[in-house]
Ligand binder design. Sequence first.
Ligand code: CP
Ligand code: NVA
Length: 306
Amino acid sequence: PSPLAGRDCLTLAEFSPQEVRLILDEAVKIKGLQKARIPYRPLRGRTLAMVFQKPSNRTRVSFEVGMYQLGGHALSLSPQEIQMGKRESPSDTGKVLTRYIDAIMVRTFDHAELEELAAAAEVPVINGLTDTHHPCQALADLLTVREQFGRVEGTKIAYVGDGNNVAHSLAIGCALTGARLSIAHPEGHGPDGKVVRLSAELGEPPKLTQDPEEAVAGAQVVYTDVWASMGQEAEAEERRKRFAPYQVDERLMSLAADDAIFLHCLPAHRGEEVAASVIDGPRSRVFDQAENRLHAQKALLYLLLG
Ligand code: CP
Ligand code: NVA
């Protein structure tokens, strides 16, 4: 049986460094099988419910296709269907889905809603993004780094921009795998102190700075995300001004290591957080990274349902 069987994945911090390594090792294997077109269907007859309170491309498609490739089935529930928190509480949602379904993926706003659902559900619950965490993204990010450099441990990663859900999960993922993360952010937009402290308990916490050049100097990975996340649309104009000095452009990339790559969880805004010439340029690995959502999540599903 899998050592992860029956567990939840809400922040990644529930896993040990060895368990994160196991997920990444499994992802490499599962990716190899898929590339060789060798069928691998350990989840025949198993089902995943995907509860969406926010839009999605990558998360929706990669989970649905991933479950199918593993021999199972996934169904996607739009915000209009469950209306979690409005039509039905997160707790009742978790209890009811438990009676039909083998695992639940949730994308919502408030992380506390996910925790409430997970506490009530008797099946594995996976965070498909909340306002504060995006652990499946971090797994794909780490897999991409490992493929590029042959290892994660000791690699130097710079995240430039908003200290948001993606930055939080990257910080936890780096602490668990021994990557060295620096985060450059405008004043008042750093990662949550709770996440920084949690990272320090798990391993090395991120180094924080307001200077993008300092963070990027010598980095092997330069990472950014949108300046206004889902739910922050009203702040977008204000944020565009505040974050303007944090755009990842060719000048900033030139300060990174010679073999540096550029990552972005997508969707991206060219001309805002990243220059088109960077995200569409030779250092960009954003589509490999997006693909790796599929392989990393298949490994996670296999291990949690195993
Ligand atoms: N990166 C990511 O989670 O993309 P979606 O919002 O399209 O799922
Ligand atoms: N930080 C972004 C990530 C989208 C995948 C958001 O929460 O909207």
